[in-house]
Design a protein around this ligand. Structure first.
Ligand code: DQA
Length: 151
């Protein structure tokens, strides 16, 4: 029987569309497009299809999560940007999902300002990857792929 391709949704929050230009000493020099292209390449041999979504608007991200709640999504990789530290709405939306969720940060949020040490999502996601730059996205994809294979 032909196996259905599993879909992983990658979500990036506010200001991440400015990667490459935005504080490169913290977030690196790759653009979000470059990160996504590399990730899509990595996903192919894993038999996974990736969906990419970026928004600077909290409600749009909540709407996207509602949309994927109605689809058969196998995993979510989310860099919520600054909404990490503030958004109960994002937390509540992610609680709808039963698939593995990786919370990802390019920078190590625990080495930075105190207001970044608190994540509204940390205790409801599967796990957190923080501080490995763009490589964190690859780590997150591997983690989700492993979880899917083992389930
Ligand atoms: C970030 C860390 C957040 O504190 C910050 O607001 C971001 C990016 C990261 O990827 O390191 O926008 O999520």
């Amino acid at each position: 029987m032909k196996q259905k391709v599993k879909k992983i949704q990658v979500i990036n929050g506010p200001n991440l569309n400015m990667l490459g230009k935005r504080e490169p000493q913290i977030y690196g020099s790759l653009t979000l497009n470059q990160i996504n292209t590399d990730l899509a390449q990595q996903a192919k041999p894993l038999g996974l299809e990736l969906g990419f979504f970026q928004s600077n608007h909290e409600g749009e991200i909540v709407d996207k999560i509602h949309e994927i709640f109605n689809e058969n999504i196998a995993g979510v990789i989310i860099n919520p940007g600054a909404f990490t530290h503030t958004s109960i709405a994002l937390r509540d939306a992610l609680l709808l999902l039963s698939c593995p969720i990786v919370e990802l940060h390019l920078s190590n949020i625990y080495k930075r300002e105190a207001f970044r040490h608190k994540s509204m999502l940390a205790d409801i996601v599967t796990g957190q990857i923080t501080g490995f730059g763009h490589y964190g996205y690859q780590m997150a994809l591997n983690a989700v792929a492993n979880m899917i294979n083992e389930s």
